[in-house]
Write a protein that binds this ligand. Structure first.
Ligand code: NAD
Length: 257
């Protein structure tokens, strides 16, 4: 299989897109390190179940991506880091003048600064191995904005900038760095936004999905975590060796509007 023998570290991978990507990479033969900030039996059982399903080595490492030292320790604790997927992310929605400072700081730390720290720790390992792939999970909100998502939009635009800089600093090495920009994907992060939006607009769940969330997604369909897993595997493939420093939208046409 194309990624056999490679070690992939995926931040924030116990649910949603991160888990979909971890599963895609494991299916392609990579050994995978799962991560989140918790340390429960369920986390370790998830790693075990992926290992069994895909016949690769899978471990779970607790590390809080809001903490610089823990970000670096996640990478430093592994002998290899051939593929780094910076996926951990959170959301908070509020007007700028009411946006809680602690939420702003947490979003910038988890959605942006963590990728700087993990990348800094991973690059020496990739250079020593003579191969590396960094995939940053940005968003359609890394290319466009929405009201009330100031911290998220700032972090997601920021990660596109970090992606370009990382690509330039590694351009003459067999290392690439790209950002995937998903539109709406029905994950726990998005699910959590539905009840508030239902209340705010006095709408049914179906109306919130079709008329609010997918209003900007011309396909009127959610992207799936499996599609994002496939996109990530593609960016790790031989065909993608000259793709670096760019964004790849998986957004049903959102950014074509
Ligand atoms: P999710 O809530 O389902 O998963 C987020 C993961 O990050 C979880 O595993 C969670 O445990 C982990 N996480 C949260 N805080 C953490 C921390 N401090 N340290 C370590 N791990 C932490 O969310 P998702 O929808 O799968 O989002 C994953 C990424 O994709 C995020 O960066 C998000 O911004 C991005 N994204 C999501 C969508 C979408 O529609 N769902 C669209 C575009 C981009």
């Amino acid at each position: 299989m194309q990624l056999t023998g490679k070690t992939a570290i995926v931040t924030g991978s116990t649910s949603g897109i991160g888990l979909g990507i971890a599963r895609g990479l494991a299916q392609a033969g990579a050994n995978v390190v799962l991560n989140s900030f918790t340390n429960s039996d369920t986390d370790h059982a998830l790693a075990q179940s992926l290992a069994t399903e895909f016949n690769v080595s899978v471990s779970y490492v607790q590390a809080d991506m809001s903490n610089a030292e823990q970000c670096r320790a996640l990478i430093d604790g592994q002998e290899h880091c051939d593929i780094l997927v910076n996926n951990a992310g959170i959301q908070h929605v509020a007007p700028i003048d009411e946006f809680p400072i602690d939420k702003w700081n947490a979003i910038i730390a988890i959605n942006l600064s963590s990728a700087f720290h993990t990348t800094a720790a991973a690059l020496p390992k990739m250079r020593a191995a003579g191969w590396g792939r960094i995939v940053n999970i940005s968003s359609a909100h890394g290319l466009t904005a929405s009201p009330f998502k100031s911290a998220y939009v700032a972090a997601k635009h920021g990660i596109v900038g970090l992606t370009k800089t990382t690509a330039l600093e590694t351009a003459e090495q067999p290392i690439t760095c790209n950002a995937i920009c998903p539109g709406y994907v029905l994950t726990p992060l998005v699910e959590a936004q539905i009840p508030d939006t239902m209340t705010k607009y006095n709408m049914t769940r179906d109306d919130v999905i079709k008329k609010v969330m997918l209003e900007r997604q011309p396909s009127r369909e959610f992207a799936t975590v499996e599609q994002l897993g496939g996109t990530c595997v593609f960016l790790c493939s031989v065909a993608a060796a000259q793709i670096t420093g760019t964004t790849l939208s998986v957004d049903g046409g959102w950014t074509a509007l």
